[in-house]
Design a protein around this ligand. Structure first.
Ligand SMILES: Nc1ccn([C@@H]2O[C@H](COP(=O)(O)O)[C@@H](O)[C@H]2O)c(=O)n1
Ligand SMILES: C[C@@]1(CO)OP(=O)(O)OP(=O)(O)OC[C@H]1O
Length: 158
């Protein structure tokens, strides 16, 4: 068994879509980044790459490479899953939390879990996504950005 963690933050900006867990969430702001800035998918990818010894998404998908400009992070997750399939490791479960003051994530959690389990070829029961505000405190509380954390447990498929 190997455990991995991932953490990511993106800034909230005008004139950007809010894409989290592959869901286009209606909101007056969106997350800014080189890619689509899907903060949840980025945290999940890092939590899988860590135990595989592959560093982080910045190593794999550098933001200096134009081919990743505005890329759908689900495409990057598929690439991470391809690397997982080439290894002897499989996902036991992924547990995540989204830190956002607004908007409400709860109406979108099921669709996020569907999207992620489909790309990772796992059952929906193997992925858990939660959300919390930070009670008005810090950059999340001031609605300057959204953060996500993920923990993945991988096992050796012998
Ligand atoms: N962006 C968010 C934040 C929270 N939720 C849900 O609301 C519950 C209460 O949040 P607190 O931060 O006040 O503890 C939380 O447990 C989530 O279910 C949400 O959907 N979206
Ligand atoms: C995904 C990449 C690549 O497009 O871009 P961003 O959307 O800026 O995301 P970040 O979490 O800063 O790090 C990884 C980047 O290389």
């Amino acid at each position: 068994m190997k455990i991995g963690m991932g953490y990511d933050v993106h800034k909230l900006s005008d004139n950007r879509k809010l894409i989290i867990g592959g869901v286009d969430i209606p909101f007056n702001k969106g997350l800014d980044g080189h890619s689509d800035a899907d903060v949840l998918i980025h945290a999940i990818m890092d939590s899988i790459l860590g135990p595989m010894g592959l560093g982080d998404i910045g190593n794999l998908f550098p933001d200096t490479d134009n081919k990743y400009k505005d890329i759908d992070s689900m495409v990057l997750l598929k690439e991470v899953n391809n690397k997982l399939k080439q290894s002897q490791l499989k996902v036991a479960n992924v547990d995540c939390v989204i830190l956002a003051e607004k908007p409400k994530m709860s109406p979108h959690i099921k669709e996020m879990a569907q999207n992620i389990s489909q790309v990772l070829d796992i059952n929906q029961s193997q992925i858990s996504i939660k959300a919390t505000t930070t009670e008005g405190l810090g950059f999340v509380g001031r609605e300057e950005g959204i953060a996500a954390q993920a923990v993945s447990l991988l096992f050796l498929n012998e």
